[in-house]
Design a binder for this molecule. Sequence first.
Ligand SMILES: [Zn+2]
Ligand SMILES: [Zn+2]
Length: 392
Amino acid sequence: MTDFRQEAEIIFDELVHYRRDFHRYPELGFQETRTAGIVAESLSSMGLKVQAGIGKTGVIGLLEGLRDGPTVLLRFDMDALPVEEENEVDYASQTIGLMHACGHDGHMAVGLGVARVLAGYRNQIAGKVKFLFQPAEEGLGGALAVMADRALENPKPDVAMALHLWNNIPIGQIRVTTGPTMAASSIFTLTVKGKGGHGAAPHKSVDPILAAAHIVAALQSIVSRNVDPLQSVVVTVGQISAGTTFNVIPEEAELKGTVRSYNNELHRLAYRRLLEMAQNMAAAFRCSATMETVAIVPTVVNASEPAAAVREAATAIVGEENVIAGQTMEAEDMGFILEEVPGCYFFVGSANDEIGLNYPHHHPRFDFDERAMIYGVATMAQATAHYVLNGN
Ligand SMILES: [Zn+2]
Ligand SMILES: [Zn+2]
């Protein structure tokens, strides 16, 4: 039987090389042109059939076996975040204001690693492995863009898998859950309109900043007072912008935030209360409020058979005692792909408290234990082998 953990260990230096290179040169969603170039060139050097420009900057690499069999889709995300890196490492971001703060640099390295390992088995593969490097996962609609570009056709995948390196769990553990595993997410923008004026004559203006501040505080009662305490909903305001200087009351204030849940009905309830509160609270301060929803991602739901295949693979790689289950309120646009193709999204522990690699995702000091990539490559290769490599 093939030892995929050993095979992944052997290419560890290559994984680190890829990951650090992507880390040095982060690119935002739909702008991953340098990144896509490296991905395409690497896949093609491994003998895969490559298509670039999928959903603008995505890349597909197709590994075709000699015999017929199922098509397995492996999806990896490519984009960085508008975060200024605070890590002092020699592979730190070279681009001011941008950083791979979610670990997608590691995901791409894992993807190229799985391609490297499985390409060595081409002669034994019955079926196809379709590597999809997807742009713009961070709330920008990359999954929908690649789907609109027919990424799920020709060949149509029978099963789909994706992973996230995960600093909420220690290195050496893998989290696989049957059913819902990541939350539905939407983004709201509230615009509060007032009337601008001189900061020293507030009585002649209508201050949208004051109204916005009350709205932010009031929104936090939605979860505590409107949602069943046995259910989970998150309402977060992550961005407030208003004003240009200290002594001018601006015309308007803008609040951006997100709602997360595992339940459509609760999601709608949160939105209804968001709008009611924003409008009524704004009116109390003689302002007006409007709301726009700019993106919605469905719940990430794992189908039972692929989840069992991944759990079995993870057990072979890290041992049964290190395979856990659980849910998270983070969201992922893999949810769209899993609505079309049965599959499994799983988490590879990447935190190492002993060496300080435990900052949360999206933090300016986020970094992960690179050895987690070994477990990622090995588990994904092993789970893929379950479908396309007979005798494994
Ligand atoms: Zn992220
Ligand atoms: Zn991410």
